[in-house]
Write a protein that binds this ligand. Structure first.
Ligand SMILES: [Zn+2]
Length: 323
């Protein structure tokens, strides 16, 4: 057991529970610490937005970034409605409660198995290739670069919540569109070769730029097969290998039903520092270079798994491929 298997064991327990089964995951290398943020919740849409606007698309639709304190609003009125109180209430209400998570906290205080694990895929640095893919996407106008322009933002509680207004990103994930996709009425955007898209094949996945970015270098990492969205130990291993191979990028997984393209398994990645990275944590367990904590005084509940990777890296690369 190590970082990947510990993270997976946590996700599996959450997926088996009605009150915690919608899961968002962010993986990131922070200095020499490989970090996983796992956000469990029990519902998709926040009541206070739905009540206020009375429209299924007039709300924030929390995915990994929102659960991590970063709200992207594509409509002016949603941006104006979003402040410390409304965002906190929204995230707090969809998130599983500490009570819901009590069973997991108890499990996590038991003895941890920290036998080193091996990530077997080649770990060459792929950052230069991904950067190039991103720049080509902008050149070809495949990436709507305007999505990263004219952004307004406001920050609350010393950066624990950040709200952005991104007017150019408008309406790509409407309720109608998600339903159309789920009925198979729209071609899978990952399976068709969209004009201008550059693909990079890596580790049984296809990496390409996100045409409607809300992070710098926002890319998608798509399974080479058209299989429904899922996460398992192997997939988590790929996410970990991705951040170890491109250390400035994070990788995220949005679990069903909270993502717009559910029919084709994928992760996203980009370069960004999330508000949750500043949040308070309480350690639940610690052994060797592995540590498991829970978030405190943050609008969402979350479990954080961290591993110092210097020792891990030597276990990863027994042939000394990486200096
Ligand atoms: Zn597909």
């Amino acid at each position: 057991m190590g970082f990947v298997s510990t993270t997976y064991q946590i996700i599996k327990k959450l997926e088996d529970n009605e009150r915690t089964k919608i899961i968002n995951v962010i993986l990131k290398l922070r200095g020499s610490v490989l970090t996983a943020y796992i956000f469990p919740r029990w519902r998709r849409l926040p009541d206070n937005y739905v009540k206020h606007f009375g429209h299924p698309d007039k709300t924030i639709k929390p995915g990994s970034s929102e659960m991590a304190g970063f709200i992207v609003a594509v409509d002016r009125d949603i941006y104006d409605f979003s402040n410390l109180e409304t965002v906190w209430e929204a995230l707090d209400s969809i998130s599983s409660t500490h009570e819901d998570l009590q069973f997991l906290y108890q499990e996590l205080t038991k003895e941890m198995d920290t036998t080193p694990e091996r990530l077997s895929a080649p770990l060459e640095n792929i950052e230069a290739k991904i950067d190039e893919l991103w720049e080509k996407g902008i050149e070809n106008k495949f990436v709507r670069e305007e999505c990263l322009r004219d952004i307004e933002s406001k920050v609350y509680r010393d950066g624990l919540i950040e709200v952005q207004f991104n007017p150019h990103r408008k309406s790509i994930v409407s309720k109608a569109r998600v339903e159309k996709r789920s009925r198979g009425k729209e071609l899978c955007p990952y399976c068709i070769q969209e004009p201008g898209r550059e693909d990079y094949f890596w580790n049984n996945y296809v990496i390409s730029a996100n045409p409607y970015p809300y992070y710098d270098h926002h890319i998608v990492i798509v399974n080479s097969e058209h299989v429904a969205q899922y996460i398992d130990e192997e997939a988590l291993k790929v996410m970990a290998e991705f951040v170890l191979s491109s250390p400035h990028y994070f990788s995220v997984y949005n679990g069903p039903p909270g993502t717009s393209i559910l029919s084709h398994m994928h992760f996203q990645a980009g370069i960004y520092t999330f508000p949750v990275e500043k949040a308070k944590k309480e350690i639940l367990n610690e052994k060797d270079n592995l540590r498991v904590s829970r978030l405190l005084d943050f609008p969402t509940r979350g479990i954080v798994v961290e591993e110092e990777i210097d020792k891990m890296r030597s276990a990863l690369c027994p042939e000394g491929r990486r200096p």
